[in-house]
Each structure stands twice: as structure tokens, then as C-alpha cells.
Design a protein around this ligand. Structure first.
Ligand SMILES: [Zn+2]
Length: 73
């Protein structure tokens, strides 16, 4: 095994390590986006993204986070 071969092998190993690292980062991104909260409107069944949403975007129904406090229009 001459010097050029050793350099070639080490470069390949570094490339593989970089690939594994980026794959792990990619999987972390995927799992963090999967934790997205989706709530369903009780009156029309529309799926609403986000946990801080208080009104349905489709029918305007107030979601159940503060039940009993219905706002008059
Ligand atoms: Zn709705």
C-alpha cells in the first residue's frame, strides 16, 4: 500500500463520516417537524396547525381551549 492509496482511503472515510453526520442531522429535522400539533375543529372537522390557534380558519369556530368564554360577535 503506497502513500496515495492511504490518502485515498482516509478521504473516503472522512466522506462517509460527513455523510453519516448529515444524515443524523436530517433525521433530527424530520422528527422535530413531526411534533407539529394539529387540532381538529369540533364543528366542521377542519384540521388546524399549531397549538396556539384559537379560532378555526374555515368556519371561525372558537376552539375548546377556553370553554365557556364564548365571544359575542
Ligand atoms: Zn371549523
Amino acid at each position: 500500500m503506497d502513500f496515495n492509496e492511504i490518502v485515498c482511503y482516509s478521504q473516503t472515510i472522512i466522506l462517509i463520516l460527513l455523510l453519516i453526520g448529515s444524515l443524523l442531522n436530517f433525521r433530527k429535522d424530520l422528527s422535530s417537524t413531526k411534533e407539529k400539533v394539529v387540532s381538529t375543529c369540533p364543528s366542521c372537522g377542519y384540521e388546524i396547525d399549531g397549538s396556539d390557534v384559537q379560532y378555526c380558519a374555515k368556519c371561525g369556530n372558537m376552539l375548546s381551549q377556553s370553554e365557556g368564554l364564548k365571544l359575542e360577535k
